[in-house]
Design a protein around this ligand. Structure first.
Ligand code: HEM
Length: 490
C-alpha cells in the first residue's frame, strides 16, 4: 500500500512540476509583459467599451494598419487581412502553413483524424475521396433533392403553423435544425427529425453542440496546459466535454453498425460511399463527424445573417421576389436546380451577406519554418498566423469606400453575377484546402431563402439589434433572430 501511495505521489508530483515548467516556457514565449497599445487593450479587455465583438475590434485595427496586418504579442499571434498574405499562406507556401499541432489538439477529441483536423497523408486521402464524391453530378442532385424535401415536408408546414398562431419564432434555431437534419441525411442517410412541427429536443444535436462549443472554448484557456490538466483529472468543462463526445461516438457508431448490417453499396449517403473503401470504424466515425461540423452551423449562421441584413434593406427582398417571378412565372412550386442558377440577384445577395457576416470568422495556421509574408512581416517558426475573414469583408482596399454597406449590386455586371477572387473573398477559405461543400452550401442557403421570401413576410422583432456573437467555431448570434412571420397572399 505504501509503495502504491509513494508511486502515486511521485506521479502527481512529476505531472504538476512538468505542467508548471511547460506553463512557464509558454508564458515566456508569449511576452506577457508587452506594453504596446494593442496588447494592453487586449489584456484589460478595454476594447469592450467601444466594440460589440472581438472581431469588430480586430477589424478596426486591421483597417487602420498600413499593411493590413497586426501582431497581438501576448497571444503570439500575427493577424492579417491582406489578400497577398492570404494567397502566400494558403497557396504559394501552403506546405509551410499547416493547421499544426495546437489546433489539432483542441479539436482532436471530437474530430479525431477527420479532414478538418489533419494535415499530410490523412488529409490528402480524405480530400481526394471527398472531392470525388462532392464533385459528382449524382451526389449534387441527391443533395438538392434532400434539401427540397426538408423544405417541403418540414420548413414550410412549420412556418405556416407559426404564421397562423402569430407567435415569435427564432429563425436561427429553425436554420440550425434545418441544416442538422439535412447534413445528417446527407452524411449518414439518417433523419434526426429536428425540424418536426413540435420542434423536439434533439439528443444528437445537443450532444454535438456541447462537444463543439466546449472544444472551441479550450482555445480561451490562458494556456493549453490548463485544459490538459482538467482533462487529465476529468473535471469541470472537460468532464462535460468527455460525456458529450461519448454520446456523439455512441450515436455515430450505432449508425455505422446499422449501415454495415443493412448493406451500403447501393446507398447515396457519404458514409456509405466512404465505407466502400475504409474498414476502420474509428476512422469512418471521424470522417462523418467532420462533415457534420462542416455543414451544420456554417449554413445556419449564413442564413441567420442573411435575414437580418434583408430586414435592413427591404428593397433587396423586393428585387429577389421580382427576379423569381421573372424566372419561374406564376409557378407556385419550389424552384428547380436550373431555375435557381438563373437567379443572379439572389446569388449576389447571398454572397454579399456572407461577405459581411462570414460563418467562419477567422482561420489560423502555424508556421513550420521562419518566413516573410509578402507585406514584409517576419514570421518566426512556430508562430500562429491568422487570416481574418470577417475583417477582410470590411476592408476598403478590397471592396471600396462603401465596404460596410450591404449592397448585392456590387456583384452584378449587366445583371449577371460575377464571382470575386477567392483570396479577397475568403468566406469559403481559398487555395489548396478550399471548402469542399461550397456549392452545396450555396444551393441550400438559396433554396431556404427563396422558400421563405416567396411564401412569407418576415419582420425582425428588434431591427436595431446589433449582432453579438457567442464564442465558438462558427458565428452564432447570442439570443438568436426572433421574427414574426405572415403568410403572403397567393
Ligand atoms: C456557408 C457554409 C459554409 C462555409 C462558410 C464554409 C467555410 C469553410 C471554411 C472557411 C473552410 C476551411 C476550414 C479550415 O481549414 O480551417 C471549410 C472547409 C471545408 N468545408 Fe466548408 N463551409 C460551408 C459549408 C460546407 C458544407 C455544407 C460542407 C459539406 C457538405 C463543407 C465541407 C467542407 C470540408 C470537407 C472542408 C475541409 C476541406 C479541407 O480541409 O481540405 N462545408 N469550409
Amino acid at each position: 500500500m505504501d509503495l502504491v501511495a509513494a508511486l502515486s505521489f511521485l506521479f502527481f508530483g512529476f505531472t504538476i512540476l512538468f505542467s508548471l515548467f511547460s506553463f512557464l516556457i509558454y508564458v515566456l514565449r508569449l511576452k506577457p509583459w508587452c506594453n504596446c497599445d494593442v496588447c494592453k487593450t487586449y489584456l484589460s479587455s478595454s476594447w469592450t467599451k467601444d466594440f460589440a465583438n472581438l472581431c469588430d475590434w480586430y477589424t478596426h485595427l486591421l483597417r487602420k494598419s498600413k499593411t493590413g496586418t497586426i501582431h497581438v504579442h501576448v497571444l503570439g499571434n500575427i493577424i492579417t487581412a491582406n489578400p497577398e498574405n492570404v494567397e502566400h499562406m494558403l497557396k504559394t507556401k501552403f506546405e509551410n502553413y499547416p493547421k499544426g499541432k495546437p489546433f489539432s489538439a483542441l479539436l482532436g477529441d471530437l474530430l479525431g483524424r477527420g479532414i478538418f483536423n489533419v494535415d499530410g497523408n490523412h488529409w490528402k486521402f480524405q480530400r481526394k475521396m471527398a472531392s470525388l464524391e462532392l464533385g459528382s453530378v449524382s451526389i449534387r442532385m441527391h443533395a438538392f433533392d434532400l434539401i427540397m424535401s426538408e423544405i417541403r415536408s418540414r420548413l414550410l408546414p412549420l412556418l405556416s403553423s407559426v404564421a397562423d398562431e402569430q407567435r415569435v419564432l427564432d429563425l436561427q434555431d429553425v436554420f440550425r435544425r434545418f441544416s442538422f437534419d439535412n447534413i445528417c441525411k446527407f452524411s449518414f442517410g439518417l433523419d434526426p427529425g429536428c425540424l418536426e412541427l413540435s420542434l423536439p429536443a434533439c439528443k444528437f444535436a445537443a450532444a454535438f453542440d456541447t462537444a463543439s462549443k466546449l472544444s472551441a472554448e479550450r482555445a480561451l484557456a490562458p494556456s493549453p496546459i490548463v485544459w490538459k490538466i482538467k482533462r487529465l483529472l476529468s473535471i469541470g468543462s472537460e468532464k462535460e466535454l468527455k460525456e458529450a463526445i461519448k454520446k456523439v461516438n455512441e450515436l455515430a457508431e450505432g449508425v455505422i453498425n446499422e449501415r454495415r448490417k443493412a448493406g451500403f453499396s447501393k446507398n447515396n449517403d457519404l458514409l456509405s460511399r466512404f465505407m466502400t473503401s475504409i474498414t476502420d470504424e474509428k476512422y469512418l466515425r471521424d470522417i462523418v463527424v467532420s462533415f457534420l461540423l462542416a455543414g451544420r452551423d456554417t449554413v445556419a449562421s449564413g442564413l441567420t445573417s442573411f435575414f437580418w441584413l434583408l430586414s435592413q434593406r427591404p428593397e433587396v427582398e423586393s428585387a429577389i421576389r421580382a427576379e423569381t417571378e421573372k424566372v419561374m412565372g406564376l409557378n407556385q412550386d419550389l424552384p428547380s436546380f436550373q431555375e435557381m442558377r438563373e437567379m443572379h440577384c439572389l446569388n449576389a445577395a447571398v454572397h454579399e451577406s456572407l461577405r459581411l457576416y462570414p460563418p467562419v470568422q477567422f482561420d489560423s495556421k502555424f508556421s513550420q519554418e521562419d518566413d516573410i509574408l509578402p507585406d514584409g512581416t517576419f514570421v518566426p517558426k512556430g508562430t500562429r498566423v491568422t487570416y481574418h475573414q470577417y475583417a477582410m469583408g470590411r476592408m476598403e482596399q478590397i471592396w471600396g469606400p462603401d465596404c460596410l454597406e450591404f449592397k448585392p449590386e456590387r456583384w452584378l455586371k449587366n445583371a449577371v453575377f460575377v464571382p470575386a477572387n477567392p483570396f479577397k473573398y475568403t468566406v469559403f477559405h481559398a487555395g489548396v484546402r478550399i471548402c469542399l461543400g461550397k456549392e452545396m452550401a450555396l444551393v441550400e442557403m438559396k433554396a431556404v431563402a427563396l422558400a421563405i421570401i416567396r411564401g412569407f413576410n418576415t419582420r425582425v422583432v428588434d431591427p436595431n439589434q446589433v449582432p453579438r456573437f457567442s464564442p465558438g467555431l462558427t458565428a452564432t448570434v447570442r439570443g438568436g433572430l426572433p421574427v414574426v412571420i405572415q403568410e403572403r397572399e397567393a
